[in-house]
Write a protein that binds this ligand. Structure first.
Ligand code: ADP
Ligand code: ZN
Length: 522
């Protein structure tokens, strides 16, 4: 008599029901843990195959698995494809009528479902929890589990109540899944869900076929068109913008210069959004210009470039959005075009929201560091997710390819900039300070007597545009900060004082990193 292991049964299901020959990395491990009834946390990049990790054990274990998911459209998609495969599954969410819910519940109570998808708010309605007690539950799977973490990039208060699950169902396994969770978020998920000695599986975030670049914005439209020239007209790509208005503007600009591009944002009607997305998936339109709203359920594998006009709000967002490039494993390019204005944009947003300010500011800082530090960008992303990057050079980012070299006078020039900011009494913006440093004798400078300052003309060998950009770079690295709207003035930050007079603060001369790079004219 042959002994069939649980994993063999799972593999058979993979092949017979789904028609795939083999597991992807960590799927087998996660499935085995679920079958054993132990808790788990699985972090796999988008496209890594998280759904199968719970669908397979759900299909073969006794009882019904409860899948908690916040996204109605994703629930519907998954349930539809499960039904096509012959796996009995259903969902309950706010889109269903009372009658439909009753019908599904009837199936559920009869034990006829292998999977029931529910939204977190629905699950935690009191009578629903009571009802679950009457059914044989195989396990709970919590999708998008980072939503439970205040340190995550998409905190949803309704998730915090999922804590109760383990108290109410002490003998049922709870399994968390997410695509993006740096180590502090992983810890919080585990604590908040009360996971009991969970097995933790973290997938690889290394995407060797992606080329990462971060360049400073001077004129996005010009820069974009220059970048696009390096691609074939038939190459598919996504351009992300921070605002709806920008997506419209950039899309129409591209159309004006001979690219077929369409906008995508939450302000467009459902119909237009669907049409634009369809035209893109059918490759009738090669470039989509979108806000973060674009991406859910995009399965386009041959995206050759993802260009960001502006920093996303967190590095998790960046990783997810940029990660839509090159799913087919072929070379693809991720280019972040950023400026200090983006930082200002997010800081204002964080202040206006007024909640989780500390966490959100920290997340923003990780994003700023990624963009402004001269550190291998593959390494930055991998370390952000708590993994080690063993290689010295990735050969696939602007830093490692030697495209961005810090100028050797970075420290000196940065100090001149800080010093000039103080000399004009922290009352002026970057443009004005650049004028002073390049020795302008503009009326305004003369009137203020700033031509008499010791810093006047210190950088006169360089263009005003270049110096202005260096001031922006110093700001991006946190040594200067903008105050006031709509005419912001620059002030020196605490870190800026340290950089300027390290001895006074017990710092070593070169303790703080500062990089200035030449402005590229593309
Ligand atoms: P995630 O939720 O992690 O973003 P999905 O679960 O949506 O990823 O899976 C992405 C795609 O990969 C889906 O089309 C899925 O059917 C496919 N897939 C998952 N596991 C495997 C596998 N072992 N072999 C082949 N394809 C797989
Ligand atoms: Zn690198």
């Amino acid at each position: 008599m042959s002994v069939t292991t649980n994993l063999q049964v799972a593999k058979e299901a993979l092949q017979k029901i789904w028609g795939y020959p083999d597991f992807r990395p960590l799927q087998a491990e996660t499935i085995e843990t679920i079958q054993k009834g132990k808790d788990s946390l699985t972090v796999l990049p988008t496209g890594g195959g998280k759904s199968l990790c719970y669908q397979i054990p759900a299909a073969i274990m006794e009882g019904t698995a409860i899948i908690v998911s916040p996204l109605i459209s994703l629930m519907e998609d998954q349930v539809n494809s499960l039904q096509l495969l012959g796996v009995p599954a259903a969902y309950v969410n706010s889109s269903l009528s009372g009658g439909e819910v009753r019908q599904i519940k009837a199936q559920f109570f009869r034990g006829n479902l292998k999977m029931l998808y529910v939204s977190p708010e629905r699950l935690l309605l009191d009578h629903f929890i009571e009802e679950l007690q009457q059914v044989n539950i195989s396990f709970f799977a919590i999708d998008e589990a980072h939503c439970i973490s205040q340190w995550g990039h998409d905190f949803r208060p309704e998730y915090t109540k999922l804590k109760q699950l383990h108290q109410r169902f002490p003998n049922v396994g709870v399994h968390a899944f997410t695509a993006t969770a740096p180590p502090n978020v992983q810890k919080e998920i585990s604590n908040e869900l009360n996971l009991q000695e969970p097995e933790v599986f973290i997938g690889s975030y290394h995407r060797p076929n992606l080329f990462y670049r971060a360049i400073r914005r001077n004129s996005f439209k010009t820069q974009l068109v220059n970048v696009l020239k390096q691609f074939q007209k038939s190459d598919m790509g996504i351009v992300y913008c921070l605002t709806r208005k920008e997506t419209e503007e950039i899309a129409s600009h591209l159309n004006g210069v001979g690219y077929r591009a369409l906008p995508y944002h939450a302000g467009l009607s459902q119909e237009v959004r669907k049409r634009n997305q369809d035209l893109f998936s059918q490759e009738q339109v090669k470039v989509i210009v979108a806000t973060v709203a674009f991406g859910m359920g995009i399965d386009q594998s041959n995206v050759r470039f993802v260009i960001h006009n502006g920093m996303p709000r967190t590095l998790s967002h960046y990783q997810q959005e940029a990660g839509r490039a090159g799913r087919d494993g072929l070379a693809a390019h991720c280019i972040l075009v950023f400026a200090p204005k983006d930082i200002q944009f997010w800081k204002r947003m964080i202040d206006n929201e007024g909640v989780l300010v500390e966490q959100r500011s920290r997340q923003l800082q990780d994003m700023i560091n990624y963009a402004t530090q001269l550190k291998c960008r593959h390494r930055s992303l991998i370390e952000y997710f708590g993994q080690d990057f063993e290689r010295n050079s990735c050969g696939a980012c602007d830093v490692c390819l030697g495209e961005v070299e810090s100028i050797k006078d970075s420290r000196t020039y940065s100090r001149m900039i800080l010093s000039a900011t103080l000399k004009v009494k922290q009352n002026f913006g970057a443009g004005y300070i650049a004028q002073v440093l390049t020795g302008s004798t503009d009326q305004k400078i003369l009137r203020n007597g700033h031509d008499q300052l010791s810093v006047h003309g210190l950088l006169k060998k360089h263009s005003k545009t270049q110096v202005h950009d260096w001031i922006n770079q110093v700001e991006s690295q946190g040594y200067l900060a903008r105050h006031g709207d709509p005419y912001p003035v620059l002030k020196v930050t605490q870190a800026g004082y340290w950089l300027l007079v390290p001895q006074k603060y017990d710092k070593k001369e070169d303790e703080l990193p500062v990089f200035l790079v030449e402005t590229r004219r593309e």
